[in-house]
Ligand binder design. Sequence first.
Ligand code: FAQ
Length: 319
Amino acid sequence: MTMAVSPDVDEQQAFDELIAQDARIEPRDWMPEAYRKTLIRQISQHAHSEIIGMQPEGNWITRAPSLKRKAILMAKVQDEAGHGLYLYSAAQTLGITREEMTEQLIDGTAKYSSIFNYPTPTWADMGAIGWLVDGAAIVNQVPLCRCSYGPYGRAMVRVCKEESFHQRQGFEILLALMQGTDAQRAMAQDAVDRWYWPSLMMFGPPDEESPNSARSMAWKIKRFGNDELRQRFVGMLVPQAEVLGVTLPDPELAWDDDAQQWHTSAIDWDEFTEVLSGRGPMNAVRIQNRRTAHEDGAWVREAAAEYARKQALREREVA
Ligand code: FAQ
């Protein structure tokens, strides 16, 4: 006599096999509810980060020092809007609507990257964001191109190509400033001093305090832990800082040959917790701006819905 196998057991087994084979899970495949929830959480937070991330640089579009710099900065900020839209679309394939995600962002309940809650008082901040923030984003996101969930992994391929251009443009802004006057060099160093530690926090809490890492790695959503990626990032920055002639603001930073890793000073995780709790320097401004933009765009959504309604009516009349 054969035992009846519940469909869920078969489905779970098929899912586990796909993960074990490093194959992709696609939107119509069965997936455990917790896998779906984790992906919605991570992808929507990532999308919100891109959208909120337009604000610190958007602040400098009208004040870029030349037409060329302005055109480049506009293109970069537009790319960020594009990344947000791919990512919202990827999250939508998991059953959440764009409206729900937007609501969570503007009512302040959704998380987005801590890094975008810091101000951008000088032009050198555009260089530091490109070099450090996009640099961290690349180190974090290249492994996500191999994420087990198809739509997210595929979106990441294009996003990473664009982040790579973003990082180079930031590096080049800093290089130009470092080759300039004393005041320009000081401005570049000051921006690096302000963005360095927050960029290390982008990778998330230390592994032993990261509640999601182990499961996300077992599901092959994340491929590496937060600390390993943070280490890789520091290793990438050290030689680049030398080329730029800037100093990374960590007197203890050194290669530890025994541990085969970078030794750094302690990261101020209290600051990270404060920013995540909504008490960073710019949290309130970022959300308020996003809410205002959403309200100002209401007429566009209404017009589009009305157009779609009329089109559907016309099609029904023709049929
Ligand atoms: N900020 O258990 P884990 C960019 C939260 S895009 C805020 O380690 P997980 C492009 C985390 O959500 C930057 N929250 O979590 C650009 C979780 O909270 P929850 C965004 C953070 O998911 C450049 C809790 O802490 N990139 O820069 C942060 O396994 C320039 C516990 O953490 C992505 O989103 C943080 N830094 O690992 C745009 C990449 N870190 O949800 C404009 C995709 C952690 O349980 C200009 N995401 N949290 O309540 C990821 O790789 C992961 O989600 C991590 C966190 C690594 C961020």
